[in-house]
Design a binder for this molecule. Structure first.
Ligand code: ZN
Length: 206
């Protein structure tokens, strides 16, 4: 699947899922859901960065990290409290999780495409680390990551969902990078824009 499809669908999935789970909802929840969905939506394809000649995979990884950086900067400048919580006295779990996240990025770079990073274990490890840092962020990452695995499962190329088992799975419904991929990308963009506007509306209009 195209990187931008995963980015758009990851953001939309996270924003939609958080609508049903978190009450009461807040402005920081919108930003965290957006950033978590972007990050979780694209991380699995870190395993294509080293051999993607068009650098789309690298750009999408950087966009995911940028979304997190912007959310953190906005949170800090608006004093919404998430950065203060993460940097608070109980920092040890966040530091441990951060180290594991860096390891997962580095390990993902050297694993074959659609193997480790496209598995349930990688999804649990990657999102689990973000749960340790901040629960709502972990939830957004999990929703984005799950959307990535579901989208890739629909294609005609197998993923190692139960890694380290070598058996691959796919539903062979459509080819990645063809018409259906573009359809999901447009759907993801529309849903992301609509959900972001819907979620931000109460904070923009007095
Ligand atoms: Zn993938």
């Amino acid at each position: 699947m195209m990187s931008r499809t995963h980015l758009a669908v990851g953001i939309a999935s996270s924003l939609a899922a958080s609508l049903f789970v978190f009450q009461p909802r807040s402005l920081s929840d919108v930003m965290i859901s957006f950033a978590g969905g972007a990050l979780g939506g694209v991380f699995a394809d870190v395993d294509t960065v080293s051999h993607d000649k068009k650098h789309q995979a690298l750009v999408s990884q950087l966009l995911g990290l940028l979304a997190l950086g912007i959310a953190a900067a906005l949170d800090w400048s608006m004093r919404l409290g998430v950065c203060e919580f993460v940097a608070g006295p109980n920092r040890a779990p966040s530091l441990f999780a951060g180290a594991v996240i860096v390891f997962l990025y580095l390990y993902g770079l050297i694993t074959p495409h659609r193997t480790f990073t496209h598995s349930m274990i990688a999804m649990a490890l990657f999102s689990g680390c973000f749960f340790l840092i901040y629960t709502r962020l972990g939830f957004g990452v999990l929703a984005g990551y799950a959307s990535h695995l579901v989208l890739d499962l629909l294609t005609k190329k197998e993923i190692h969902l139960f890694h380290p088992l070598k058996k691959g799975f796919c539903l062979r419904l459509f080819y990645a990078d063809k018409a259906a991929d573009k359809f999901f990308m447009r759907l993801g963009i529309l849903a992301s824009l609509g959900l972001t506007a819907y979620r931000l509306y109460p904070y923009i209009v007095p």
